[in-house]
Design a protein around this ligand. Structure first.
Ligand SMILES: [Zn+2]
Length: 316
């Protein structure tokens, strides 16, 4: 049985896991992520991989990272939260870990994992939307990751849903990420609490609007509190606006919602599905996609990266 390692490189930690060909994680290690030094970051990834290689025979390594990955999947072109330098990451890492390395965008890796082993198993055309601190996306078309001409397709968080809307880190205004991310939920919840429109949230945060978090909104929504449900309902409306545009173009069978915010489950899924059905062009006469919550949680990125590294071995 060929084993590969998947590495999920985040802003605070590097998680690496040994993954089997059916997507099972045999062992996982965590190392701190030195976010401000490209060489230290790469050495941290190599250390995590080599720790696992001491105990497992590994054939290839897949690295999942937030950012624009080059079309040849060897280097990172642009990343908002981590310093990678301009050196070809895969070439340098291969020397340090002694096996083939592929680099993949984190949302693509997660979408691939859900397609192969998770909520979208066996569905050839599906869209994944990851709702974390920001909003990311991955697109599986005809059973393959759609990467676009330059390798940077499916940046779903930066489709515009509102003209002259809130300014985004990407430099534009009105991006989906500014309305449907974990950060957006927290911002809107704090504003609502501060303005006296979220009494349950404010009480649960000991009267301090700044202590209202996205996780608290989700928790109170599960308890049926109207103010929390209204905030998630508002986010779901924005999310459906973004998804409906993509559905009009792509006609996927399935949309998978992943990322930390998707742990909200049905309180997010139901209003999003209702708003999406209402927004779809053609209304009731048009079959729409099914909407599901992702199944693999935080491990999706490393499982997907490991599987894509294995796929690279098989096709070479
Ligand atoms: Zn943007």
């Amino acid at each position: 049985m060929a084993l590969t390692v998947g590495v999920d490189v985040g802003g605070t930690k590097i998680a690496a896991g040994v993954v089997t060909d059916d997507g099972t994680v045999l062992e996982k290690v965590r190392h701190p992520s030195p976010a401000d030094d490209a060489d230290a970051l790469r050495r941290g990834i190599a250390a995590a991989v080599n720790e696992l290689r001491n105990r497992h025979e590994v054939d290839a390594v897949g690295v999942s990272a937030a950012g624009f990955v080059s079309a040849d999947r060897r280097s990172i072109l642009f990343a908002p939260n981590l310093v990678w330098g301009h050196d070809p990451l895969a070439d340098l890492l291969e020397k340090e870990v002694g096996s083939t390395v592929v680099v993949e965008n984190d949302a693509n890796a997660a979408a691939w994992a859900e397609h192969r082993f998770g909520a979208g198993q066996g569905v050839p055309d599906q869209l994944m939307v990851t709702l974390g601190t920001g909003v990311g996306g991955g697109l599986i078309l005809d059973g393959k990751i759609y990467r676009g001409a330059h390798g940077v397709a499916a940046e779903i968080g930066h489709i515009g849903i509102l003209r002259d809307g809130i300014r985004c880190q990407c430099g534009r205004t009105g991006c989906l990420e500014q309305y449907a991310s974990g950060r957006a939920l927290q911002r809107d919840a704090q504003i609502a609490a501060d303005a006296g429109r979220a009494p349950h949230l404010l009480a649960a945060a000991d009267g301090d609007p700044q202590r209202v978090t996205g996780a608290l909104v989700t928790q109170l929504a599960h308890e049926g509190k109207e103010d929390a449900l209204a905030l998630i309902g508002q986010l779901a409306e924005h999310l459906a606006t973004g998804i409906s545009s993509l559905v009009s173009v792509l006609d996927p069978a399935l949309v998978v919602l992943g990322g930390g915010l998707s742990e909200a489950g049905d309180v997010l899924l139901e209003p999003t599905a209702i708003a999406l059905n209402r927004d779809l062009t053609g209304g009731d006469d048009r079959p729409g996609p099914e909407l599901r919550i992702a199944a693999l949680g935080n491990d999706a990125g490393l499982i997907g990266a490991a599987d894509l590294a294995r796929e690279g071995l098989e096709s070479s």
